[in-house]
Structures are given as C-alpha cells and as structure tokens.
Design a protein around this ligand. Structure first.
Ligand code: 13P
Length: 248
C-alpha cells in the first residue's frame, strides 16, 4: 500500500518572515493528516524557520542538492547540511534545474546516489517538453530519464517519481488527468522492468499547474499517488485546500 504524498515546491519564493507567517497559518488550518505524507520544500534559507514553527507536523524537503559530501564547491549544498536542518526529502532533476542549470541524467544519477546513501528520500522529476510531446517523443524521453537517472541505484521504499510535463509547469495548462494517468502507468511499468519491487512501492506524483480545482481529478487516478505543487502551494490556505481534496 503506497502512502499518498503531497509536496509543496516553493521554488525561489519567500523570505524568512514570509516563511514564518505561512507556517503559522498552515498549522492553524491543517487537519490531522496521518494518512498522508506532507512535505514543504522552501528555499534553503527557509528550512530552519519552517522546522522551528512546524516541528513534526510537516516533513521538510530541499529543492536541490550537490552530489559530493563536502569540499570546494562554491554555492552548493550537501546532504549532511540538509539533514542537519531537519530535511527528510530532496527534489532532484526538476525541469528548471535541467533547463536553466544544464543538469543531465548523469548529474541527476550522481545526486540520487548520494541522497540514497545519506537516507534522504529522493523525489525524481521527469517530464517532456512541448516540442518533444509534439514530436511524439514523450515516452522515449521519460524512459531515458528513468533509465539513466536510476542506473545502478535502488531507491528506498518511500521515494517518489514526479511526472511534471514541462509545458504544464507554471503555465496554467495542466495535463488532462487521463493523460497523466497514462503516463503514470507507463512510468510504473518502466520501473517494474528495472526492478520488480519498484513497480509496487514507487509513489508517482503529478505536477504542473495543480490547483484546488483540478487536484481531485489527479488524486482519483489509479497510478497517481499525490502531487508536486508549485504556484498554488505559495498560499497556505490554497495548499491546505489541495491537501483536503485527497480522499483520506
Ligand atoms: P506549478 O504548480 O506552478 O505549475 O509548478 C509545478 C512544479 O514545477 C512543481 O515542482
């Protein structure tokens, strides 16, 4: 039985005081959600504040991480640093990292390896661009992202793959829930070919213009176990409303 997972990805938003305000409002609104794993991924600078206010009521995640454990890597952050701030999750291979920072599948594989070694729960993002979709390459791209990203690795039981079609991110144009389900099923069967156990235990999330209005349609899909929410997670009340759409 896969435990549903809903993740807020704040991207490069919120100062420390804004983080504190959000956390207080979130705690005021959130119901008892033991049936769900809830994760908030603020910028690195917000991790400590979020932990201080929310304590055990929410899991903390990072939006990125470096593949070496320490050393002369100006501007980077290590797994141990994230663990010391209370992080238990880390998003890896987000399309913004792939597109703006030239992260390829080999880099993402190195980051996944260190996350697994350090017991951070990885959330591997995959997704095709509009051009790839129009050229009927979406399935090939996702297969390659999975195979190269996971080469030689065995992800832990609570990990997740987030299917985020690039054309749906921040555009207000979400994938049709049926199409997202078809892709989630494809991802699951590809994972099953790599390692039979992954078929059953991998949590697959949908991300890309998830809102209060469409979240329930994604949550209703058989192979979708939750969501990775960007813009709509920046408002605590909206994010709580999305969480409430999960039938727990
Ligand atoms: P939006 O929800 O803003 O489309 O962003 C999705 C995303 O990239 C989450 O990681």
């Amino acid at each position: 039985m896969r435990k549903p997972l809903i993740i807020a990805n704040w991207k490069m938003n919120k100062t420390i005081s804004e983080t504190e305000q959000y956390a207080q409002e979130f705690l005021r609104l959130i119901d008892d959600t033991e049936q769900l794993d809830l994760v908030i991924c603020p910028p690195f600078t917000g991790l400590e504040k979020l932990k201080a206010v929310c304590k055990e009521q929410v899991n903390l995640g990072a939006q990125n991480m470096f593949w070496e454990v320490s050393g002369a890597y100006t501007g980077e952050i290590s797994a141990d640093m994230l663990l010391s701030c209370g992080c238990s999750y880390v998003i890896l291979g987000h399309s913004e990292r792939r597109q703006l920072f030239n992260e390829n599948n080999y880099i993402i594989n190195s980051k996944l390896r260190i996350a697994i070694e350090k017991n951070l729960i990885p959330v591997l993002c995959v997704g095709e661009t509009l051009q790839q979709r129009e050229n009927k390459l979406a399935y090939d791209v996702i297969r390659e992202q999975l195979r190269e990203g996971l080469a030689g690795l065995e992800p832990p039981g609570r990990w997740a793959v987030a299917y985020e079609p690039v054309w749906a991110i921040g555009t207000g144009v979400n994938a049709h829930p049926d199409d997202a389900q078809t892709m989630a099923m494809f991802i699951r069967s590809e994972l099953g070919m790599l390692n039979k156990a992954l078929y059953d235990y991998t949590r697959i999330l949908y991300g890309g213009s998830v809102t209060e209005n469409n979240a329930a349609d994604f949550f209703a899909q058989a192979d979708i176990d939750g969501a990775l929410v960007g813009g709509a997670s920046l408002n605590a009340a909206t994010f709580v409303n999305i969480i409430r759409k999960y039938n727990y």
